[in-house]
Design a binder for this molecule. Structure first.
Ligand code: SAM
Length: 310
């Protein structure tokens, strides 16, 4: 595993722990360290679907250099190695525990903060970011975009799937209406069932806040119930008290759910030309961002030619 050269890890080693900003970043990494215990069977959503429908179609079978940011347990490293054997691939993540799993797939993984990538500029033809910008802290979001842009080659491409407000709102509206109708129907047909359907309807209504486009107050509870059910089904046993606490803690994650305007704004000052690739109701963006700035090599040739002209 690569050594940590990002600001977070350097400071973590040298700091006495009094810097609250560093403590906050540490807390964020701890969240993902805890998530690593449950990632594969309980927490993850289907990465293979994202691979088949989007990434696979946009990654050529050529000897390209690929960086996976937020590499997690290495699922995408595995998929790339399997289906794009000509590519050179490596990954970064700031959760050491996640990287322990990723390293079983690929040795070229580095533990670092996403806003301080330990690579030379213009190193990668493709950066793959699967729900990475959607989960990183707001204060490192712009830094992460800048770093992705910096490490991409001229004409390099960012491929990202990130959460989208309009789709979330649509899913929330449809589900709330359906459960609301079911609650009304149960009240007239099987009144006892209303004891279940009405509270569920209440939980559903507060699942998402369409105004602030953030997960709502009941989201942690509903997520927790999903995690709990998955845990029992997949591990065929009941969780311990510590596991229950951890599963609830994992359910409380803050997410960046982007509007179209926010995505535009995020990439406004970068050289990445973004195509948000959304269909009407999709709950995520399938972003492709092409870096259009002249590369340093091009700039040197251009400067030399200009000097010769003079
Ligand atoms: C939602 S997961 C990505 C899931 C992944 N696409 C998959 O299914 O294999 C986000 C990952 O980003 C990492 N991460 C979050 N914030 C980060 C940051 N600021 N710097 C580096 N990695 C970060 C987390 O540790 C986590 O492994």
């Amino acid at each position: 595993m690569g050594t940590a050269t990002g600001e977070y890890m350097e400071k973590k080693i040298t700091d006495s722990g009094t810097d609250s900003r560093i403590r906050m970043l540490g807390g964020d990494a701890e969240y993902w360290d805890t998530a690593s215990k449950y990632w594969k069977d309980v927490v993850t959503v289907n990465p293979h679907w994202a691979w088949n429908t989007f990434y696979c179609k946009n990654i050529p079978d050529n000897p390209v250099n690929i960086l996976v940011v937020g590499v997690t347990d290495g699922t995408f490293l595995k998929l790339i190695r399997e289906f794009r054997p000509n590519a050179w691939v490596c990954g970064v993540d700031f959760s050491f525990s996640m990287l322990v799993f990723a390293q079983e797939v690929e040795k070229k993984v580095v533990c670092c903060q996403g806003s301080h990538l330990p690579f030379k500029s213009e190193t990668f033809d493709i950066v793959l970011s699967d729900y990475f910008l959607s989960v990183i802290r707001k204060d490192v979001l712009e830094g992460a975009v800048k770093e992705i842009e910096r490490v991409l080659t001229h004409d390099g491409v960012l491929l990202a799937k990130e959460l989208r407000h309009q789709g979330h709102m649509a899913v929330w509206a449809v589900l709330s209406s359906l459960i609301g109708l079911a609650a009304l129907a149960s009240l007239t047909l099987i009144p006892a069932l209303a004891l279940l359907t009405f509270p569920l309807c209440g939980l559903m209504l507060f699942m998402y806040n369409p105004v602030t486009h953030r997960m709502g107050r009941s989201a942690p509870l509903l997520k927790f119930l999903v995690h709990l059910s998955k845990f029992i089904i997949k591990r065929k046993r009941l969780p311990t008290v510590t596991e229950i606490k951890e599963l609830y803690y994992l359910s409380k994650k803050y997410l960046n759910i982007f509007t179209e305007k926010e995505i535009d704004h995020l990439f406004l000052n970068s050289f990445l030309t973004i195509d948000p690739g959304v269909t009407l109701l999709s709950w995520n963006f399938s972003l492709t961002g092409v870096k259009t700035t002249p590369s340093r090599k091009d700039k040197r040739v251009y400067e030399r030619e200009s000097r010769q002209k003079i």
